[in-house]
Design a protein around this ligand. Structure first.
Ligand SMILES: NC(=O)c1ccc[n+]([C@@H]2O[C@H](COP(=O)([O-])OP(=O)(O)OC[C@H]3O[C@@H](n4cnc5c(N)ncnc54)[C@H](OP(=O)(O)O)[C@@H]3O)[C@@H](O)[C@H]2O)c1
Length: 235
């Protein structure tokens, strides 16, 4: 397969790191947006001349800007953008009476506006052919959510889903964008009892992106929300 230029936010650990590692193994050029370098990312880039680290925090324009600047010095076009970075607070699993809604804007700043900020700031190197994958969650599906608490996180993902649909409409369908639920994964976010190895989710999502033609009949109708295994999810 032809070598692709790929940007991944949240690549310091979890799903984002697994995607970076796998995509490098397939000989692609991978640009990671991370808040801080760590041993894993430094090691990955030290062993891969096609791996680049960009320091940025997606929760505000000011903190994201350094990553945007170094990215644009390196690349003129993106083939695939994976918006993976997100936050989650286990202590948010509380009913309505205990939930601290004053913290919800922080969740929206990262989980909803973070991916949009990246799309906005990289707009001049995103083409109609660029594939954009916003990693969301089934918790944010109006129809399928099983959550009985977890207000802020679920709302932030539902809002990301909506924002993705609005972007698709703004581009009059002339874009390649999807939202993907990666499944319950054994990462720091998902915890040790989760169902899936994050490398399995990463491989499945890469496969989904590599077989984009299978998604196209759904995308044409504005159905953009998929499970990692390619199943269409209801909004
Ligand atoms: N794990 C699950 O079971 C599950 C289920 C459904 C959906 N998801 C979604 O899948 C994606 C990946 O989840 P995960 O389990 O891999 O999470 P994770 O292990 O907690 O990793 C989250 C990643 O996001 C980064 N990040 C967080 N806030 C950031 C910010 N403001 N700027 C830049 N990077 C930031 C973290 O960087 P630091 O190292 O700097 O903190 C880390 O690399 C998320 O979008 C999540 O909502 C996960």
């Amino acid at each position: 397969m032809a070598q692709k230029t790929i940007v991944i936010s949240g690549a310091s650990r979890g799903l984002g790191f697994c995607l970076a590692e796998r995509l490098l193994q397939q000989d692609n050029i991978v640009h990671m947006i991370v808040r801080n370098k760590n041993e894993k990312t430094v090691n990955l880039s030290a062993h891969n001349p096609n791996c680049f680290i960009h320091i940025g925090d997606i929760s505000s324009y000011k903190t994201l800007n350094p990553a945007i600047q170094t990215l644009k010095e390196k690349i003129k076009k993106i083939d695939v953008l994976y918006n993976v970075a997100a936050i989650f607070w286990p202590e948010d699993r509380k009913g309505i009476l205990e939930t601290n809604l004053d913290r919800a804007p922080e969740m929206f700043a990262t989980n909803t506006c973070g991916p949009l900020r990246i799309i906005q700031k990289l707009a001049d190197i995103i083409t109609p052919e660029t594939r954009i994958i916003n990693i969301s969650s089934e918790s944010g599906s109006m129809e399928n959510t099983l959550e009985k608490n977890l207000y802020a996180y679920s709302m932030s993902k539902a809002a990301l889903n909506l924002a993705t649909k609005i972007y698709w409409r703004e581009k009059e369908g002339n874009c390649n964008i999807i939202v993907v639920d990666p499944g319950w994964m054994r990462t720091d976010m998902g915890g040790p009892t989760a169902h899936l190895d994050p490398y399995f989710s990463a491989d499945s999502i890469i496969d989904l992106v590599d077989h984009w033609e299978k998604l196209e009949k759904h995308l044409a109708k504005g159905n953009l929300f998929f499970k990692y295994d390619g199943r269409l999810l209801p909004w």
